[in-house]
Design a protein around this ligand. Structure first.
Ligand SMILES: O=C(O)C(=O)C[C@]1(C(=O)O)C=C[C@@H](O)C=C1
Length: 99
């Protein structure tokens, strides 16, 4: 049986004690699980957004609706500050492509 040395855990996590390395390892597992859920939600958002865009285009409208995008950007900015705006811009690009 092999055991992971303190030197190995330090390399992998940046921690300088086994206790800190164990905490970081557990927290990283939670972050990985959260990231999987966030990615799933982004994919779900992309699918719902595509339905809206297709309905608008089929009805003779345009893919993009700037007033709605302004509201989405404001929603994220109000919740998360300036980086929230950048996050919303990335989400919008994922959902409707580059404009
Ligand atoms: O809400 C809409 O009308 C959409 O088309 C969805 C969405 C979005 O992904 O949030 C995508 C494109 C539009 O420019 C505005 C918003």
């Amino acid at each position: 049986m092999s055991s992971i040395s303190t030197a190995d855990t330090t390399t992998a996590t940046g921690a300088h004690t086994d206790e800190a390395a164990a905490l970081i390892g557990g927290a990283r597992e939670r972050i990985d699980a959260l990231d999987d859920r966030i990615i799933g939600l982004v994919q779900e958002r992309m699918a719902v957004s595509a339905v809206i865009q297709q309905a608008r285009i089929t009805s003779g409208g345009r893919r993009v609706n700037l007033s709605r995008e302004t509201a989405v950007l404001g929603h994220y900015r109000d919740a998360l500050g300036k980086p929230g705006t950048a996050l919303a811009m990335t989400l919008l690009e994922l959902c409707r492509g580059r404009v």
